[in-house]
Ligand binder design. Structure first.
Ligand SMILES: *[C@@H]1O[C@H](CO)[C@@H](O)[C@H](O)[C@H]1NC(C)=O
Ligand SMILES: *[C@@H]1O[C@H](CO)[C@@H](O)[C@H](O)[C@H]1NC(C)=O
Ligand SMILES: *[C@@H]1O[C@H](CO)[C@@H](O)[C@H](O)[C@H]1NC(C)=O
Ligand SMILES: *[C@@H]1O[C@H](CO)[C@@H](O)[C@H](O)[C@H]1NC(C)=O
Ligand SMILES: *[C@@H]1O[C@H](CO)[C@@H](O)[C@H](O)[C@H]1NC(C)=O
Ligand SMILES: *[C@@H]1O[C@H](CO)[C@@H](O)[C@H](O)[C@H]1NC(C)=O
Length: 243
C-alpha cells in the first residue's frame, strides 16, 4: 500500500526534474521571474570587456545576462505575481550553469515599483551542495520566506524579490521577480508539486568563525545529527529507486 502510494510521488519528482532540464528556462520556479535571461550574446571584444554594452543600438551581454546586478539584465516587468503580505514561498532551480557544485544563496527584497536597491535581506545567506560542478537538475523551495526585519507592507504594494547565487569562484548570478503584495487568502497556496526539495541538493548554514565553537558540534542533539545526514540518506534512496 505504502509503496504504491509513493510511486506516483517519485514519478512526479522525476518528471519535474526531467521537465526542468528539457526546457532550460527557469531559475526562480516560484513565484516566477522577469523573463528568460539564460543567454549570452555579443563578444567580449565587441563589449571591450564590459559585462553589458550597447552596440549598434542594442545591448549585448557577452558573459551572459544573469551576471548583471541587480536583476540579471532584465528590466522591471509589468506582470507581477501576487505574494503574501506576511511572506511566502520561494522556489529555485540552482544548477543551470557550471560552477555551482557549491553555491551561496541570498534572497533580498527591493521596495517599490522600481526599487532603488535590493538591500533588504529576507533570509540569512545559506549554502547548497549540488551533485556536480556541471549543470544539474533539481529544485529547492523555502516555503515561508519572511519579510525583512522591520519592514511592513500592505496589500497592493509593489516590490521585487532578488535571488543571488554565487558560483564556486565567487561571481554572482542575479534573478528577480516583481511582486504585488496581497492578503494570504488571495494568493494560491504552494503545493508539494511546486514547492519541494530535490534529494540531490543539500543545505549548509554559513557560520562565522567567531560564533563557531568546536564543542557545539558535539553538543548537537542526536535528532539534529540525524537530520543533517538525512539528505544523504534520501540521495541514496533516490539513487536506489532510479536503478
Ligand atoms: C512575465 O512575462 C515574461 C515575458 O512574457 C515571462 O517570460 C515571465 O515568465 C513572466 N513572469 C511572471 C512572473 O509571470
Ligand atoms: C555592429 O555593426 C557593425 C557594422 O555594421 C557590425 O560589423 C557588427 O557585427 C555589429 N555588432 C553587433 C554586435 O551587432
Ligand atoms: C542581446 O540580448 C538582449 C536580451 O535578450 C537583447 O535585448 C539584445 O537585442 C540582443 N543583442 C543583439 C545584438 O542581438
Ligand atoms: C535602499 O532603499 C530603501 C527603500 O527601499 C531606502 O530606504 C534605503 O535608504 C536605500 N538604501 C541605500 C543604501 O540606498
Ligand atoms: C528593528 O527595529 C528595532 C527598534 O527600532 C531595532 O532595535 C532593531 O535593531 C531593528 N532591526 C533591524 C534588523 O533593523
Ligand atoms: C527545503 O530544505 C530547507 C533547508 O533544510 C528547509 O528550510 C525547507 O523547509 C525545505 N523545503 C521543503 C518544501 O520542505
Amino acid at each position: 500500500m505504502e509503496f504504491q502510494k509513493s510511486v506516483p510521488k517519485w514519478a512526479t519528482v522525476i518528471a519535474l526534474l526531467c521537465l526542468g532540464l528539457a526546457h532550460a528556462h527557469t531559475v526562480i520556479v516560484y513565484p516566477g521571474y522577469r523573463g528568460n535571461n539564460l543567454h549570452t550574446n555579443g563578444t567580449v571584444e565587441e563589449a571591450d570587456g564590459l559585462g553589458a554594452a550597447s552596440v549598434n543600438g542594442s545591448y549585448i551581454f557577452p558573459y551572459g545576462m544573469m551576471w548583471n546586478y541587480p536583476c540579471g539584465g532584465m528590466p522591471t516587468s509589468t506582470n507581477r505575481t501576487k505574494w503574501p503580505v506576511n511572506g511566502g514561498a520561494v522556489s529555485v532551480q540552482p544548477g543551470w550553469f557550471q560552477g555551482h557544485e557549491t553555491a551561496f544563496f541570498y534572497i533580498n527584497l527591493g521596495l517599490g515599483t522600481v526599487p532603488p536597491n535590493m538591500s533588504h535581506p529576507m533570509v540569512d545567506p545559506f549554502q547548497i551542495v549540488g551533485p556536480t560542478n556541471e549543470p544539474y537538475p533539481g529544485t529547492f523551495c523555502l516555503p515561508q520566506v519572511p519579510l525583512p526585519a522591520n519592514i511592513s507592507v500592505s496589500p497592493g504594494d509593489h516590490a521585487t524579490i532578488q535571488v543571488v547565487e554565487t558560483a564556486k569562484h565567487g561571481a554572482a548570478l542575479y534573478n528577480c521577480v516583481d511582486i504585488e503584495f496581497a492578503e494570504p487568502e488571495d494568493v494560491p497556496e504552494v503545493t508539494r508539486d511546486n514547492c519541494f526539495n530535490s534529494s540531490n541538493l543539500q543545505f549548509e548554514f554559513i557560520f562565522t568563525t567567531s560564533s563557531l565553537q568546536a564543542s557545539d558540534a558535539i553538543r548537537l542533539p542526536l535528532s539534529q545529527r540525524v537530520l543533517s545526514i538525512l539528505p544523504l540518506l534520501l540521495a541514496g534512496l533516490f539513487g536506489y529507486l532510479m536503478m
